[in-house]
Ligand binder design. Structure first.
Ligand code: ZN
Length: 87
């Protein structure tokens, strides 16, 4: 039995899309995945969606924590180390 999908490069591209988005691949591998996406609408969509989600998560993580959370964490740490935190 022949697996046609293994010839198109989709499996390999899909496996690496997350790493491309996170900049965890070298330039050569990124170029391979992006080149595949230029010829494959499905993988291009996967890359677009993954990039969008990653951006949103990154934005959410970059936001400052609410003040009360900060105060609670500082308070808990201060208690643990037995002295006020200095920043
Ligand atoms: Zn593909």
């Amino acid at each position: 039995m022949t697996d046609n999908r293994s010839d198109c490069g989709c499996d390999s591209a899909r496996l690496r899309i997350g790493f491309v988005v996170d900049h965890e691949l070298n330039a050569e591998e990124c170029a391979e995945v992006r080149a595949h996406c230029e010829t494959c609408a499905e993988c291009a969509e996967e890359l677009r969606v993954t990039a969008t989600i990653t951006d949103k998560v990154r934005d959410a993580c970059a936001e400052c924590p609410p003040e009360d959370l900060k105060a609670r964490v500082y308070g808990a740490v201060s208690e643990k180390i037995g002295k006020p935190l200095q920043f």
